[in-house]
Structures are given as structure tokens and as C-alpha cells.
Write a protein that binds this ligand. Structure first.
Ligand code: PMP
Length: 439
């Protein structure tokens, strides 16, 4: 048997063993999952949360800890796909939600809260001259893309293969048949000359280019400075809009990645943690574009949404930005992430295992390969089996991480959680050393 075939076989066998132990250790989750299959296809309403044999059923969260139905406790490094930055029980957030509840919900008119949140976002994010709120990151991206088409009067859009911008704007392996039928043209992420040529080719048919400055679920792979500079220069040149999807990455500095890198996209989309842990999305950008949403204008673009200004989200979001995820806190969290990423990389090197930990600040991903990773498509260089094995190995050691091996920080974490994760990672790598790829 060839070495790589033998290795794949061994990894698959190790994963099958890990799944059997998992099923045995989690009978109540297993039973709850079986019951869920009666009303939900595959027992599931968020594809990303499924993994075999069944996902852990969570019963509560405290600070950065989670408890499952079988009573196991985990340190939560999945952090609700980056949205759980405040942890599960930050008192300032909980109080803000309670205060809003006490004043009544679904009021059906503007309140002072939406203006306050817009002010806070304007102060934080340099590209946001005016903002609008939505209910999810998907919706924010759909509106930003539709806005680009409406204000330019053009049709075509460029996206990057392997990127994820929402459940119906997904260029990776998940669900692309459900995508909204925009006229997409695709390029490879970080391919400076390929994307430059495509932008020029589409020229004055091109409405906009959507890009994550660092791919989140697509591998935590950062755009290079040359790639970002080219996108800014070439979109401007042909009169198309540059859209930054900062739904995940806005947490990577007090002013998002565009603030950190001093780039000014025309539109930026947001979501996740900015809603304080509740349902949220937002898009904003240059005044000349966003003022088209001014309902007093005769040519106003209409943007409705029953819950765009729901008081619970707004209240939690304001408390989060004003009192918890302050400028100093954002800097500290991302410095902690940089240190943790380095320590995890050191573990791989100490065991002479092929691998790297990509990312910036508080978002990172482990890839058990030494091959170069420059585009989200490259995440597939690590097999799903290998990713599954590391995932279950960390869960077995009390650390809840995303199936794709993404690791995210939240604010309640400190040295004990970081040291614990490094020790668990070291133990998992040592345990499976014989089946992992060698450096
Ligand atoms: N853009 C990016 C970069 C995301 O990671 C996500 C969610 N994972 C979205 C958009 C969609 O956000 P939501 O799930 O709130 O619709």
C-alpha cells in the first residue's frame, strides 16, 4: 500500500474509533438528535453544525464554558462561529437585554437606539459614513450586493472561489445550488494578476467585487497587501464598488481589518458579535452610496425589514461596543489570539507534524498540511477525515471547537483557557502522532 493510502486508511480507522467513543459518552445527545430528526431534515437547521455520528446537544453556557445534555463541560473555542465574543453570560449584555425587555418589545417605530448604534459604528469603522441594519450577515451581504448593482446601474459581480458570504451567497462546498441568481464571475483569492484581468475584462459591466479581507470559514487565510491594493485600484478604475465582507473579521481590530490596514472599501457588511450575541447584520459605507437610502429622496432605494431595529439586539449591541468590546479590549483580545496561534504552531513543530495555524488575532484555523495555503479553496488540502479526527480529539479533551478546526477567542477567556487548549492540543497530537502527516 502506498504511504498516503495507508495513512488515509489509518486516519479513517482512528476517526471511526473516536466516533464510537463519542457515541458511547453522549447517550442523551444521541437520543435528542434522533428525536430531532422527526421534525428537522437530518435533525438539523444549520448545516455547519452537523458532524457524525451526531452533534453534541448543548444545554447551557456560562462565560466561555458550555454544558451538554449529558452533563459534560467544555471550554468554548467555537464561539458561535465568531459571534460569541462576549461569552454566554456577560452581565453588561444581559442587563442591557433585560432593560430593553422591561420597556417592551416589537414597538413598531424608531427608537433612539438605532441612531446610537449607527454613531458607535461610524466612530469605530472608518469606511462607515452611514449604516443600515439587517437581521443577519447573509442579508447584509445581499443588500450590499444589490446596492452595488442599483447605484452603478450595472449587473455583474465578482466573487472568489471557496469564499462564504452567507447561506445563499456561498462559493464553497456548501449549498451553492441555493445561491441567489446574481451574474457571478469567479476568480482565485489572492491571485493578483488573475483578478486584475477579470476586473478589466468586465470593465463597465462590473457592479462590484465582494471579498473577505481574511477568509473566515474559508481557512483564516488573509488577503495579501498587494491583492487588497489591486482590488481597490482596479475597481475604482472601472467604476465598480469594492465590498468588504467583515461579518467575521471586524473583530480583528477596533476598526475592523479595513481600519487596521487603512483601506477604504465602498461598502462593508457586518454581523455576528456586533449584535451583542443576538440576531444581527449591518451594511454601511460611503455617504454618496448609502444616502440613496434616505426615504426623503425622490429616487430613494427602499430597504425594509420588520426586525431591523429590534430593541433587544440594538440594546445588546450598544452595551457591547460601549462597555465591553472597547478599543482597548479589542486590542488585548487580538494580542492574546496572536500569542495562542504561535503556541499551537510550536506544538506542531515540536512533534514534527506537518501543519500550520493560519489567522490573525482572535480567529485562527489549524491545517494539518505543510502545503502553501493562499486561497480558501486550499483548505481542501486537508482531508475532512483529518479535520474530523482533530475535532473529536479536542472535544474528547473538553475543548469545543468548530468541525473545520477553527479556533476563536472570546472575552471571558484567560491564561487558564489558553494553557488548557495548548495542553489538550499537545496531548491530541501526541496521541495520534502515528497517523498524522509528518513534517
Ligand atoms: N459572511 C461571512 C464572512 C460569514 O462568515 C457569515 C456567517 N458565517 C456570513 C456572511 C453570514 O452571516 P449570517 O450567518 O449571520 O447570515
Amino acid at each position: 500500500m502506498a504511504d498516503d493510502v495507508r495513512q488515509n486508511y489509518d486516519v479513517a480507522a482512528a476517526l471511526a474509533d473516536a466516533e464510537a467513543r463519542f457515541a458511547e459518552a453522549n447517550p442523551k445527545s444521541g437520543a435528542a438528535y434522533a428525536a430531532a430528526c422527526a421534525g428537522l431534515p437530518g435533525g438539523n437547521t444549520r448545516t455547519v453544525l452537523f458532524y457524525p455520528p451526531f452533534p453534541l446537544m448543548l444545554s447551557r453556557g456560562d462565560d466561555c464554558r458550555l454544558t451538554d445534555l449529558d452533563g459534560h463541560e467544555y471550554v468554548d473555542f467555537q464561539v458561535e462561529q465568531t459571534a460569541g465574543i462576549y461569552g454566554h453570560s456577560e452581565p453588561k449584555i444581559l442587563n442591557a437585554i433585560r432593560d430593553a425587555l422591561d420597556e417592551g418589545i416589537t414597538l413598531g417605530g424608531p427608537t433612539v437606539r438605532e441612531a446610537r448604534l449607527a454613531d458607535l459604528m461610524q466612530a469605530r469603522f472608518p469606511a462607515v459614513e452611514l449604516a443600515r441594519f439587517t437581521n443577519s450577515g447573509t442579508e447584509a451581504n445581499l443588500l450590499a450586493l444589490a446596492t452595488a448593482r442599483a447605484v452603478t446601474g450595472r449587473e455583474k459581480l465578482i466573487g472568489f472561489r471557496g469564499s462564504y458570504h452567507g447561506s445563499v451567497v456561498s462559493f464553497g462546498p456548501y449549498g451553492s445550488m441555493l445561491n441567489v441568481p446574481f451574474p457571478w464571475n469567479f476568480c482565485r483569492y489572492n491571485d493578483v494578476e488573475g483578478a486584475r484581468a477579470e476586473i478589466r475584462r468586465l470593465g463597465d459591466d462590473l457592479a462590484g467585487v465582494i471579498v473577505e479581507p481574511m477568509t473566515g470559514s474559508g481557512g483564516c487565510i488573509a488577503a495579501t497587501p498587494e491583492f487588497v491594493a489591486m482590488l481597490r485600484e482596479e475597481t475604482e478604475r472601472v467604476g465598480a464598488l469594492l465590498l468588504f465582507d467583515e461579518v467575521m473579521t471586524s473583530r480583528l481590530s477596533p476598526g475592523g481589518l479595513h481600519g487596521l490596514w487603512n483601506v477604504k472599501p465602498d461598502l462593508v457588511s457586518f454581523g455576528k458579535y456586533l449584535g451583542g450575541g443576538l440576531t444581527f447584520g449591518a451594511f454601511g459605507g460611503a455617504r454618496r452610496i448609502m444616502e440613496r437610502f434616505d426615504p426623503r429622496r425622490p429616487d430613494a432605494l427602499s430597504h425594509a425589514g420588520t426586525f431591523n431595529n429590534n430593541v433587544l439586539t440594538l440594546s445588546a449591541a450598544i452595551a457591547g461596543l460601549e462597555q465591553v468590546f472597547t478599543v482597548e479590549a479589542a486590542e488585548r483580545l487580538n494580542a492574546d489570539g496572536d500569542a495562542l496561534r504561535k503556541r499551537l504552531g510550536d506544538v506542531l513543530r515540536s512533534h514534527e507534524i506537518a501543519g500550520q495555524v493560519t489567522g490573525i488575532g482572535s480567529m485562527m484555523m489549524v491545517h494539518l498540511t505543510d502545503e502553501e495555503l493562499s486561497s480558501p479553496e486550499d483548505s481542501a488540502k486537508v482531508s475532512a477525515t483529518l479535520r474530523g479526527l482533530l475535532h473529536l480529539a479536542l472535544i474528547e479533551r473538553g475543548f469545543y471547537v468548530a468541525r473545520r478546526n477553527m479556533i476563536v477567542l472570546s472575552m471571558p477567556m484567560g491564561a487558564a483557557e489558553f494553557d488548557g487548549l495548548v495542553d489538550a492540543f499537545d496531548d491530541a497530537i501526541r496521541h495520534y502522532k502515528d497517523v498524522l502527516p509528518r513534517a
